[in-house]
Design a protein around this ligand. Structure first.
Ligand SMILES: C[S@@+](CC[C@H](N)C(=O)[O-])C[C@H]1O[C@@H](n2cnc3c(N)ncnc32)[C@H](O)[C@@H]1O
Length: 461
């Protein structure tokens, strides 16, 4: 592998990906993309689902762009930029907390830093420094010197929008936890290092507590306000995977002649609400979670106008499952919070109520390795072969890692974030298999979706 062929190959993949992306925009009569406007683009709609070709072109473009950046950038500059990346994360939280995006609204000319300072009460010179840093990373824009306006990214963190919860609660939680993460992994006590329970994590170190974050006696249970904020943040993670989960699986077929869908550990019910809106023939949706989630879930379900069709019920997923019948049980982003042994106990509770008319779906990411394929396939050929209606991922082109590198960043970020928060993790396929088998079940099929989640069909062993 010479560096010149690597760069040329990535450039070719990038060009093919961008050509496809532009052609898909044009085919859908969508406007050109721009970061120099306060207007959102139609593809920014949280419910937007790209065509399979557009989705794959975006993955390939992000993967090649990420690698081209690493190839071209001075490695020492990359190290230096990484050192202070944390200030960008802090800067996004600051702008969300002071409501800057809401203040700027959809003004194209923006507001002067003086007006912004008056409206937010924040020192203008300090804020200007933060904004200029954020602009280098695509947040906000400076239409004329000293004036700042929203763009497609900053629009997402307006108060009341899901992105606001990511940029505030989730941002702060993981900023704190991240500070102690190296100490967790490389703890002076070897017993702490080896421990895989949720009581030996960066969370306890950072928050100086001896309770776990999740669980019946955990941090969220003891603080209902915190539980509501966490629930809102989980809803906010949804748009990165929900549209694909809803669109890329035959939910109406699997739920046909069944009593309904039971979302075990379903949080505020965002998945059930999205499914209820798309599949009117599915009879009933039940969101099961801990008692402290009820208030937030019922408010969320009501806000979607789905009270009655989607109902909340209390169910501890470590205790025997109360719903016995012809149900499709779903566990989304739940097993990844627990060790393999605990996950197997949760799976066993479902297995105990399964009959020939019911089934279990696990919705979680399946972690792929970062290995670079030496026999990558030409992206143009792969895109030409894509089925237009049923989503199937394309194989990685030459020099693009199996996990599509930058395009799988969120999966890997959450994988490490889970380790830091509760000593759990996203699973590779063999790791998922191990947990499912320990729970007395076996994997029937793994279905890819346009997003980071896979839908794994699991049946009794
Ligand atoms: C990471 S969130 C996932 C929520 C939802 N499934 C989603 O995809 O947005 C994990 C959920 O598990 C719930 N949970 C934690 N321990 C539980 C238990 N013992 N029984 C039932 N739910 C529990 C939490 O309240 C939280 O809503």
């Amino acid at each position: 592998m010479t560096s010149i062929s690597e760069l040329s190959s990535l450039q070719k993949t990038l060009n093919a990906a961008i050509d496809t992306f532009k052609a898909e925009l044009a085919a859908q009569n969508m406007p050109e993309l721009s970061l120099n406007t306060s207007k959102p683009h139609p593809i920014d709609d949280l419910a937007f689902i790209p065509t399979p070709a557009m989705f794959e072109a975006r993955r390939a473009a992000l993967a090649s762009l990420g690698l081209i950046k690493s190839l071209i950038q001075s490695p020492y500059d990359a190290l230096t930029a990484n050192t202070w990346m944390v200030m960008e994360v802090a800067g996004v939280r600051l702008t969300a907390e002071i409501g800057l995006a809401s203040i700027l609204g959809d003004s194209e000319e923006g507001l002067s830093i003086k007006e912004i300072a008056e409206k937010t009460g924040v020192d203008e010179l300090k804020l200007e420094r933060v904004l200029r840093l954020l602009i280098t990373q695509g947040w906000f824009r400076e239409p004329k010197q000293g004036y700042f306006a929203n763009n497609r990214l900053s629009n997402l963190i307006k108060k009341g929008l899901p992105g606001f919860h990511l940029a505030t609660y989730m941002n702060e939680l993981f900023m704190k936890v991240a500070t102690n993460f190296p100490e967790m992994i490389n703890h002076p006590d070897p017993e702490f290092r080896k421990n895989t329970d949720p009581l030996h994590t960066a969370f306890q170190l950072a928050y100086k507590t001896d309770i776990s974050y999740f669980g019946a006696d955990g941090w969220l249970t003891k603080d209902p306000e915190e539980a509501v904020k966490f629930g809102q943040s989980m809803v906010a993670v949804g748009p990165t995977s929900d549209p694909g989960v809803v669109a890329d699986f035959a939910w109406d077929e699997i739920a046909k002649d069944k009593d309904g869908i039971v979302d075990v550990g379903g949080g505020q019910g965002s998945l059930c609400c999205s499914l209820a809106a798309k599949y009117p023939n599915i009879k009933k949706f039940v969101v099961q979670d801990l008692p402290e989630t009820r208030e937030g879930a019922e408010a969320y379900i009501a806000s979607k106008g789905l009270t009655g069709r989607v109902e909340f019920e209390v169910q501890d997923f470590f205790k025997p499952q109360q719903r016995k019948g012809k149900y499709v049980y779903v566990m989304q982003r739940v097993l990844h919070d627990w060790s393999t042994e605990k996950g197997a106990i949760m799976i066993k509770q479902i297995r105990d109520v399964l009959n020939e008319d019911s089934c279990l779906l696990i919705v979680d990411t399946v972690i792929q390795p970062g290995v670079v394929s030496s026999e990558g396939q030409d992206l143009v050929q792969s895109l030409l072969k894509l089925n237009k209606s049923v989503y199937q991922p394309v194989p990685p082109p030459e020099f693009i890692p199996v996990d599509f590198g930058e395009a799988s960043r969120i999966q890997h970020q959450i994988n490490v974030a889970l380790t830091a928060l509760c000593n759990s993790f996203e699973r590779t396929l063999p790791q998922l298999q191990e947990m499912v088998e320990l729970g007395g079940m076996k994997i029937k099929k793994v279905n890819a979706t346009r997003g980071w989640a896979s839908i794994t069909e699991v049946v009794p062993a």
